[in-house]
Design a protein around this ligand. Structure first.
Ligand code: GAL
Length: 992
């Protein structure tokens, strides 16, 4: 037996075969999942006898991680720890620390009668993290590793009739930890299923499925190689195929694609065993540098998915897997990269069935070697070759029968070197039908597609045109230029973001060479923790007291840990929509584009409504609109529409592409019960909100110097102290926000983070100094002020002009003009006014608003925002990001009626704002029951407590989001720089 700290192949295991999954065979099997005896020891030298049954030990659930055995309340066996790149132990491969928590597992099983006489008995482990030794009836029989890979052990000769004692020793750290340095929680144990399997005599030892499709003839071809007995047959009843194993059969078939995931039952019958596989006919190819599925160019609109459950870690349930797949399908995701290891095999079954293109990634990452210039990287060390080749071949052999897999990936962030070539060669030898992917070597010597992560949109555009910077080696450069390009990671969805997704998507569409990409990442890996007082929260790095960790960087998903879609997933659905409806032509037409590769739009109805706020004025369907794959057309609103009198609410003509029913065979993901599925929405404003007529009333000054403007009351210095009977805590210009995770990092193209630039100008500590306050001859109350932070000469001069709408009216108009003074950096966070009102129950304030919604949106994340009328409480307007930060902005707001818990109302109507001379619709409205400073200071959502005030931002503009947490910052088209701005709002009251 080998030790955990050696670089050597598994011992005592069965060499990997093309072995279809456990459930596909009619041979008997017994699940060994459930309660096992367990003890945790501080080192691998546990002293525990493999013959010890573990009576009196604890019990633990298999599959599971020992660190999460008591989650969310207790951590009896050590805690999870999060590190991204660097190893949490000294780098001295293959050695790992002596302090190496080691779990001893025990359970007994009954060997079913006849298993070892008529055939053989196998133990199959689907995943054990990280190194393990298996003993049966007191005798060590195998050691293995490859945490996310299966291990099979033939126990026929050691198993006894009746009861058998199975002992498994699992170390947390091993030599193999050096090649499993993925950006995730370190979690150990038997975390996937364990099965006892019968392999009958004359059964199927190996079945390799090749199912291709020729788009020119519509012919599918099927070859199933079988190892084992002679005389095995392959049948596909639906196609009338019945051939000997190894023979190629052809038939007219419906091909498999993510759009139409057509599967056929392929039955492999050997004398001793029958295996039923679900096969799909499809061919992946690269022609003229373009990536094709079944002969058609396909764009991958994908996500990176780690396996994760907030209570169970990587021991995900089949329900969670299905939830992920359905959420992806319902948000127009068509591809998934299994970052950064082969997923649970059932996940791939679901991708086959529901239709997702998969990049299946090998269990390999050595990123920590980057600290030291990749010296000693296993990927370039001959001593590691057979271990790494073993891993990738086990991946291919386990998964090759899945039609959903369109690329093999050799691993992630493992540098470059000789073993990349060895792995690529091994993959090609096993499966020549799929291109090979690996991002870690930009020269792309060993791969078939050029892959990068977080390339900026500018660079992506150059690559799209084939004019990217050349490689030093001419032949490598020439070869790479012939390859399609994929962003295996882009658009980092950490916290509030990513911004700029729509920009990337447009570039992918523009150039045939670009095959799309995979957003980083699908799930926020916040682990549920319940504190003594019962408060549950999503924990990130450091929350378990880790001394060495990477903090919030683990919280970067499109779905929150409990699978609540973050606003970014709503944006993804709109950007990735296979049928896009976009405003063009100066805003009077919609371009409808069918971006399916294989489907026309006949399964969709195009439904339009003409609506003014909530009021639907008329509606209809565009019955003649039917687009072939790749086709597009311009659509205009009918000209004879009954338009209402223009007021503060725009009138929208909104067109939706809606799927009402599943296309029975192909769309098991479609849920009739969930109602119609809106694939895409686009709209044009047929009438804009009108600008309020100019106010004509006059302000009044009392003898004590206080000023009254309608319902607004000021002290003698011009400080607003009351609005509509409600005490005002503050009114001033604001230019800061609680930095997002993206704001906090410098990104790939700036030297400074936005946050640091804002701090430099003191934006986080702005305060106002009044300069003057006077009633002008024409009756307006004009207050001038300067708002600035400490130590800087930078600041904003503001002129507030107040006026009652008419004499005797309570309603008030406020016009604010803002002029930046000083020398400003690359960006500011926002430009507008902050109004803080006393309100003890601010989160219960309800706001009915007209604008772009219903979710938050930002200038570079707004494709999903639809003009309309929405109602939210202030509580509902907050997005509970795992790590609190700026959130909740609603853009293009022309009208907002706030109803306070006491029944009073405050109604705001916004005229167009101006930013740097440009007019924009309404204001960007944010409402919070706490300050931005509190939001910034909070480590977790439950730290945020309403402070008795309603914090309201009325902004002319806000800075975009970008993707600087990992990748480029905010693009110039969404960057807010210090500039002149104007905000103009009418405050009216209504009693409820
Ligand atoms: C990439 C890496 C991912 C993840 C991401 C940042 O470099 O491949 O695993 O760490 O950065 O969240």
């Amino acid at each position: 037996m080998t030790r955990h700290d050696t670089v050597s192949l598994p011992t005592g295991t069965v060499p990997a075969r093309f072995r279809p999954p456990t459930g596909s065979s009619d041979a008997a099997s017994v699940s060994l999942d459930g309660a096992w005896r367990f003890r945790l020891f501080p080192t691998p030298e546990t002293g525990a006898d493999p013959a010890d049954r573990g009576d009196g030990w604890d019990t633990i659930e298999v599959p599971g991680h020992w660190q999460l055995a008591g989650a969310p309340d207790a951590w009896p066996y050590g805690t999870p720890a999060y590190s991204n790149v660097l190893y949490p132990f000294p780098v001295e491969p293959p050695f790992v620390p002596d302090a190496n928590p080691t779990g001893e597992y025990r359970r007994t099983f009954e060997l079913p009668e006849g298993w070892t006489t008529g055939g053989r008995a196998y133990l199959r482990f689907e995943g054990v993290d990280s190194w393990f030794e298996v003993s049966l009836n007191g005798t060590p029989i195998a050691t293995s590793h490859g945490s996310r890979l299966p291990t099979e052990i033939d126990i026929t000769d050691v198993a006894v009739p009746g009861e058998n004692l199975l002992a498994v020793r699992v170390t947390q750290w091993s030599a193999l930890s050096y090649v499993e340095d993925q950006d995730q929680w370190w979690l150990s144990g038997i975390f996937r299923s364990v099965t006892l399997e019968h392999r009958p005599e004359a059964g199927v030892a190996h079945a390799r499925v090749l199912a291709g499709f020729d788009p020119l003839t519509g012919t599918g071809s099927l070859t199933v190689d079988v190892e084992g007995p002679t005389g095995a047959r392959v049948t596909v009843p639906e196609l009338g195929i019945d051939v000997a194993a190894g023979e190629t059969a052809t038939a007219n078939v419906e091909p498999w694609s993510a759009e139409r995931p057509r599967l056929y039952d392929v039955i492999v019958t050997a004398p001793g065993e029958t295996i039923t596989l679900r096969a799909g006919f499809r061919t992946v190819s690269i022609e003229d540098g373009v990536f094709l599925v079944n002969g058609a160019p396909v764009k991958l609109r994908g996500v990176n998915r780690h396996e994760f459950d907030p209570l169970r870690g990587r021991a995900v349930t089949t329900e969670r897997m299905l939830e992920d797949v359905l959420l992806m399908k319902r948000h127009n995701v068509n591809a998934v990269r299994t970052s950064h290891y082969p997923p649970h095999p059932h996940f791939l079954d679901l991708c086959d069935e529901h239709g997702l293109y998969v990049v299946d990634e090998n269990d390999l990452e050595t990123h920590g070697f980057i600290d030291g210039g990749w010296t000693g990287n296993p990927v370039d060390d001959p001593a590691w070759e057979e271990v790494l080749v073993d891993r990738v071949t086990r991946t291919v052999r386990r998964d090759a029968h899945h039609p959903s897999i369109i690329l093999w990936s050799l691993g992630n962030e493992a540098g470059s070197g000789r073993n990349v070539s060895a792995m690529a060669a091994a993959v090609r030898a096993l499966d020549p039908t799929r291109p090979v992917h690996y991002e870690g070597d930009w020269s792309s010597d060993d791969v078939d597609v050029y892959s990068r992560m977080y390339a900026t949109s500018e660079e992506t555009e150059l690559i799209g045109q084939g004019i990217e910077a050349p490689l030093a080696r001419a032949e490598a450069d020439a070869r790479r230029r012939q390859m399609p390009f994929v962003q295996c990671e882009y658009a980092h969805a950490m916290g509030n973001g990513p911004g700029g997704l729509g920009d990337y998507d447009a570039i992918f569409d523009r150039y045939p060479r670009l095959m799309g990409g995979f957003i980083w990442e699908w799930i926020d890996h916040g682990l549920t923790r319940r504190d003594a007082d019962g408060t549950e929260f999503a924990a990130y790095g450091g929350d378990f007291g880790e001394a060495f960790h990477d903090g919030t960087f683990i919280a970067d998903g499109l779905v929150l840990p409990d699978r609540t879609p973050a606003p970014s997933l709503i944006e993804v659905a709109a950007v990735f929509a296979p049928v896009r409806i976009d405003e063009v032509g100066g805003g009077d037409a919609l371009l409808v584009r069918n971006r399916y590769a294989f489907r026309d739009t006949s399964h969709l109805t195009f439904e339009w409504t003409l609506h003014h706020g909530d009021d639907v004025l008329s509606s209809g369907t565009l019955d003649d609109l039917r687009l072939a794959p790749g086709e597009e057309t311009l659509v205009r609103p009918p000209t004879d529409l009954p338009l209402p009198t223009a007021d503060h609410t725009p009138t929208w003509w909104t067109l939706r592409a809606v799927q009402h029913t599943a296309d029975a065979l192909d769309e098991p993901w479609f849920d009739d019960a969930a109602g119609p599925f809106v694939v895409s929405t686009g709209q044009v404003a047929v009438t804009l909100a009108v600008t309020q007529p100019v106010a004509t009333g006059r302000a009044h000054q009392a003898v004590d110097g206080t000023v009254t403007v309608g319902h607004a009351r000021f002290d003698a210095r011009g400080t607003l102290i009351e609005l509509h009977g409600r005490p005002v805590a503050e009114l001033r210009v604001d230019a800061w926000r609680a930095p997002t995770d993206n704001d906090r990092r410098e990104g790939s193209w700036t030297d400074l983070s936005d946050e640091s630039v804002w701090k430099e100008s003191g934006l986080h500590l702005l305060a106002e100094r009044k300069i003057s306050a006077e009633i002008t001859d024409d009756g307006a109350f004009v207050v001038t002020a300067r708002t600035a932070g400490p130590r800087t000469r930078n600041g904003f001069r503001a002129v507030y002009t107040w006026r009652p709408v008419a004499d005797g009216s309570d309603d008030v108009d406020l016009h604010v003009s803002i002029l930046p003074e000083g020398r400003w950096g690359q960006s500011i966070a926002r430009l507008g006014v902050l109004l803080v009102l006393d309100e003890p129950a601010a989160d219960d304030v309800e706001v009915r608003w007209h604008g772009l919604g219903p979710e938050e949106s930002y200038s570079d994340s707004r494709v999903a925002a639809v003009g309309g009328s929405y109602v939210h409480t202030v509580r509902e307007l907050q997005t509970r990001y795992t790590h609190p930060q700026e959130n909740g902005a609603r853009r293009g707001v022309t009208h907002a009626a706030l109803r306070f818990p006491d029944g009073s109302d405050l109604v705001l109507d916004a005229n167009p704002s101006r930013v740097g001379g440009r007019s924009v619709t309404g204001v960007e409205l944010s409402l919070r029951p706490w300050s931005d400073a509190a939001l910034d200071a909070a480590a977790h959502p439950h730290d945020l407590v309403p402070d008795g005030r309603l914090w309201m931002h009325l902004d002319a503009a806000q800075h975009g989001l970008g993707s600087a947490a990992c990748g480029p910052g905010v693009l110039p088209n969404a960057r807010l720089r210090a500039t002149t701005a104007e905000v103009s709002v009418r405050f009216a009251s209504r009693q409820g």
